[in-house]
Design a protein around this ligand. Structure first.
Ligand code: FA5
Length: 350
């Protein structure tokens, strides 16, 4: 056998034995087997050989080429397998038979209270609606009888997007869309509009024990012929007694909101201090929980409903404050803290 072929086979064996990574093998593959590789290069020597020698030499070169192809492929496979094994061995060991020794996750207290309220209202025939957190100025203010430059806007500063949209300051921002969605069924089929729409609200204001810049409300509206304040009071009372499962002292006092007339503030006696006064109720003994009122005719009109024929009530329940009262959370900021120690107390089996 040609000396060059013998030497090249020996070199190949040596390099294969020394190769420790896939990159080295790839370089070898190109060096030996590539179009301009050293095995192809051997064929140049054929020119000077006799026809008989050419035959044997050609066979030997082919043999070397096949050997090199197989051996480089086998070594590549071997290194890949070793790499997978190394990866498996470096993974932490899991023993699936060991009992879980971790705290269970739990629903957030606000979610629990929201679901409880939803259940109560669904049982009274209300639909639950979901509405966007980003709304237009029209939805949040103008459709609610709060034109530009109206002083009521000062009470609800918020965060604006560059395109002029804003993060909704109250769930009332969905009222207009809800009226438009259900007005045909109301007018054509006499189906009263009964909807609640819980959602996250945002206000650019400083925080304290009972104010957050991000909090939850649940809006509720009912529109039909002859809806009155008595209907409003009935639904509010039912909801509170179902949620608290006990008698709660409430008071209704006049309140101003441009989208209701008349408007009320529904306060509950602070359950943290029993009405004595504490930081959670700003030392008044009462907590503003659920402003409400009879929907303003302009608001109905903007929703495509004739206020001479239909009336309705609306309320804006402070869900976050309700959760505080129900679970005895003294500082509203704990609810947004993400502290598992605080939140895990409310684990529910649902
Ligand atoms: C409103 O947001 C009106 N849209 C409510 C309404 C709806 C009135 C329908 C009439 C008819 P107000 O700004 O008062 O109103 O907020 C309503 C409730 O949300 C408050 O009583 C309170 O419980 C809660 N709330 C308001 N601001 C905050 C805040 N910064 N942090 C936590 N809860 C808040």
């Amino acid at each position: 056998m040609d000396e060059k072929i013998i030497a090249m086979r020996a070199k190949l064996e040596e390099e294969l034995a020394a190769a420790t990574d896939l990159q080295q093998l790839e370089t070898m593959r190109v060096t030996y087997l590539g179009k301009k590789g050293c095995i192809t290069d051997l064929l140049k020597d054929m020119k000077s050989l006799s026809p008989e020698e050419k035959k044997t030499f050609g066979q030997d070169v082919n043999l070397l080429k096949n050997e090199a192809t197989e051996k480089i492929a086998a070594k590549t496979e071997q290194l890949k397998n070793e790499e997978i094994l190394r990866e498996i061995n470096s993974m932490p060991e899991f023993d699936l038979s060991i009992p879980v020794n971790m705290d269970r996750g739990s629903y957030h207290p606000i979610t629990l209270v929201q679901r409880e309220c939803e259940k109560v209202f669904i049982s009274m025939g209300f639909n639950v609606e979901n509405y966007s957190e980003i709304v237009t100025d029209y939805e949040c203010f103008e459709a609610l009888n709060i034109p530009k430059h109206h002083p009521a806007r000062d009470m609800q500063d918020t965060y604006y997007l560059e395109n002029g949209q804003l993060l909704k300051t109250h769930t009332s921002a969905a009222q207009n869309a809800i009226y438009k969605k259900y007005k045909d069924a109301l007018v054509n089929d006499g189906v009263p509009i009964k909807a609640i729409f819980p959602g996250r609200c945002f206000r650019n204001e400083s925080t304290d024990a009972c104010h957050e810049n991000t909090f939850f409300q649940m809006e509720g509206v009912m529109v039909d012929k002859d809806i009155s304040i008595s209907n409003l009071i009935y639904f509010m009372k039912t909801m509170l007694s179902e949620v608290f499962k006990k008698d709660i002292k409430v008071r209704l006092r006049p309140g101003f909101f441009p989208f209701v007339e008349p408007g009320f503030e529904l306060d509950i006696s602070c359950l943290i201090c029993g009405g004595e006064g504490c930081p959670s109720c700003k030392h008044s003994g009462w907590l503003e929980l659920c402003p409400c009122g009879m929907i303003h005719p302009e608001v109905l009109r903007a929703g495509g409903i004739d206020p001479d024929e239909y009336t309705g009530f609306a309320f804006g329940l402070g869900l976050t404050r309700l959760a505080m009262m129900k679970y005895g959370v003294k500082d509203i900021r704990d609810l947004n803290s993400g502290s598992l120690k605080t939140l895990a107390q409310f684990t529910d089996d649902e």
